[in-house]
Ligand binder design. Structure first.
Ligand code: GLN
Length: 294
């Protein structure tokens, strides 16, 4: 008697991708591969090579339960416990924002800004609202150790627990300082470079987006128009930056003009630029001020 057809890696992936796609998940195939790779403790490349290998029943069961949770709106990063950012793995889970690919551009641009504004010496960098520590740690790994003094801060203890774990896993315990504190209240500076991906969404943008349901509201909700925290950061930063300084703030494309206006009002001497992300949407406000010797 013919038995049940053997489930192969390729077959399991194909039907999972269909199921995810039918549930409206755009990254269906990628998600299926990440989840099955997690269950089988293997890489996506290996899954492709071993596509004809059978999958045992226990693994299929575990995979199915992850698929169900994904369909309910949990992020893949939470289900597998990490997200790649700047080619490094960052541990994440409920309680901390999942690093987004568009934020990588801020780290890349910081790497260009540092030698341009500060060709020598140690640059004091603050990653404000560090979350998992993705910006602080990946910048530390991109620039020579003696050039930077990096601090990451966050109001959330839960987020900082992930940041500490990531810092240790990346071997950065003696290179990245982590501080618990509300925005900039805990520091008098002066900071040369402030990088921040603060909460900047409008409450209705969060409520209307099922993908955000599992993420901490504290990391997303920017208050009225999504701009309240950005404004508080700008106000607090005015007395905490060095004479030559740069600041990069991630924003929502909808609020670019308002955010740039707020920045220009708080820093009338500085150059304020709206910077697009790789999909050409306005994604960052850059504030730059170079001290002129009189
Ligand atoms: N970029 C995130 C999103 O649109 C929001 C992150 C944030 O508020 N800092 O989902």
């Amino acid at each position: 008697m013919p038995g049940r057809p053997v489930d192969t890696i390729g077959g399991v992936l194909a039907s999972a991708a269909v199921r995810l796609r039918e549930s409206g998940i755009e990254t269906a195939r990628l998600d299926a591969e990440l989840l099955l790779g997690h269950v089988l403790h293997t890489t996506r490349t290996r899954l492709a090579i071993d596509a004809n290998d059978p999958v045992d029943a226990t693994s299929i069961k575990a995979f199915e339960s992850l698929l169900d949770r994904r369909i309910q709106g949990e992020s893949v990063a939470y289900l597998i416990g990490f997200r790649e950012f700047m080619r490094h793995e960052f541990a994440v889970g409920p309680g901390v924002l999942v690093p987004r690919p568009e934020t990588e551009l801020m780290v890349e641009r910081a790497c260009e800004t540092i030698p341009r504004l500060w060709p020598t010496g140690t640059v004091r960098v603050l990653d404000l609202c560090t979350g998992s520590g993705a910006i602080a740690c990946s910048l530390a790994l991109s620039v020579e150790a003696d050039r930077l003094f990096i601090t990451g801060s966050d109001v959330s203890e839960a987020a900082l627990a992930y940041a500490r774990r990531n810092r240790a896993a990346l071997g950065l315990d003696d290179r990245v300082e982590l501080v618990q504190g509300d925005l900039l209240h805990w520091t008098s500076g002066p900071w040369d470079l402030i990088l921040t991906n603060p909460p900047y969404l409008r409450p209705d943008q969060i409520d209307d987006n099922p993908d955000l349901i599992a993420e901490p509201r504290l990391a997303l909700d920017g208050g009225h128009l999504g701009l309240e925290l950005i404004e508080r950061i700008l106000v607090q930063a005015t007395s905490r930056v060095a004479a030559t300084f740069a600041m990069m703030i991630e924003i929502d494309p909808d609020q670019a003009a308002e955010a740039a206006g707020l920045a220009a009002r708080r820093f009338p001497e500085a150059t304020v630029t709206i910077v697009p992300d790789l999909t050409r949407r306005a994604r960052f406000i850059d504030i730059e001020c170079v001290e002129t010797n009189v």
